[in-house]
Design a protein around this ligand. Structure first.
Ligand code: ADP
Ligand code: MG
Length: 319
């Protein structure tokens, strides 16, 4: 199977909103009046971002999910994406699984594949995604204000728990491992919540590198600090299946575990009812974890309000 057969068979579908889609030198797109386009790119490299054991369908899902998560973090509505693939070989069963997982998530979000690039080489998946926003409504990292409440979506730490199990650092009951692995391999981008928070959240980011690190980006961009209470651990890390997560590991997972693709955001206390309405409308759990302070530092508090000195950091590829 040649490069063009491969594209034709596994990736080309009739265009939806694109003026020109796959098959020409460029895709062509007409933005709607009164809207802005939001762009983001994320690359997945074997051994770095995923393990060779992952099922191709889950990999297809995750490659797009991490990109949709960036759109969610800005409050953008997904529209279209470009897929650049470097593949060791044209393996039909791999391509079939990968494209199924990819299109299942793409279709769930009405996000259209409009082009890309395909080459032979080490397995590497790069997606560029494009979303739409009503003019002036993007939610940036720089808008946090002292006094804002701080929230996170969903549960944090499950993906890191799975990674620790893969690394052999901890042994999990099968049911806990399967559930954590599903969270690591098939994250749910919080697109509906991101859109529902337009005009409500002052600042937002998605959590790809750990809560402390990604919150740190908001604080830096906004020139503020935060006080956070240690967020409660996920249901998976509470006692289930006759197992409970060692507290130290639970804290590592929740504070600095990457790959959760939840949202961290802040909003003024007066908007608290709107935040909860947005959570409800989007079917996403939202928890208040603290507040933004004028003092530019990140302070962790325990349940008694005492300052916790943390050794945790976020993940930095070049650190
Ligand atoms: P060019 O060489 O002119 O850059 P290619 O021959 O690489 O274009 O690609 C032919 C067409 O197939 C283009 O429209 C390109 O966008 C599309 N395409 C290539 N690879 C992919 C892919 N992995 N997924 C979707 N579209 C792709
Ligand atoms: Mg060309």
């Amino acid at each position: 199977m040649g490069e063009f057969d491969l594209i034709e068979r596994f990736f080309k579908r009739p265009p939806l909103r694109a003026d020109v889609g796959i098959g020409d030198d460029c895709a062509v797109w007409s933005p709607r009046a009164g809207h802005q386009l939001a762009f983001s790119a994320d690359m997945l490299v074997e051994g770095r971002h995923f393990l060779s054991t992952v099922e191709p369908a889950r990999l297809g899902h995750k490659a797009l999910a991490v990109n949709l998560s960036d759109l969610a973090a800005c409050g953008a509505t997904p529209q279209a994406f470009l897929l650049s693939l470097s593949l060791p070989r044209a393996d039909e069963s791999w391509l079939s699984g990968f494209s199924q997982g990819l299109f299942q998530l793409a279709d769930a979000h009405g996000c259209e594949l409009i082009g890309g690039d395909t080459t032979q080489g080490p397995l590497n998946i790069a997606i560029t995604v494009m979303g739409e926003l009503p003019q002036g409504q993007s939610i940036l990292r720089s808008g946090a204000q002292a006094g804002d409440d701080l929230y996170v979506s969903g549960h944090l730490g499950d993906a890191r728990l799975a990674l620790e199990a893969f690394r052999g650092a901890i042994s999990l009951p099968q049911a806990v491992f399967d559930a954590a692995r599903l969270r690591m391999e098939m994250p749910s981008p919080r697109v509906a919540l991101g859109i529902a928070l337009r005009g409500i959240a002052h600042a937002m980011a998605d959590i790809s590198d750990g809560l402390l690190g990604d919150l740190g980006h908001i604080l830096k961009a906004s020139h503020v600090g935060a006080e956070i209470e240690l967020p409660s651990t996920s249901a998976l890390m509470q006692t289930t299946h006759h197992w409970s997560c060692p507290p130290d590991l639970a804290q590592t997972c929740v504070l600095s575990g990457g790959d959760d693709y939840e949202l961290v955001f802040c909003a003024p206390p007066l908007a608290s009812a709107s935040v909860h309405a947005a959570a409800q409308a989007s079917g996403t759990r939202v928890t208040r974890i603290g507040r933004i302070t004028a003092e530019p530092a990140l302070v962790l508090l325990d349940a008694q309000g005492q300052v916790v000195h943390s050794r945790f950091r976020s993940f930095d590829h070049f650190a």
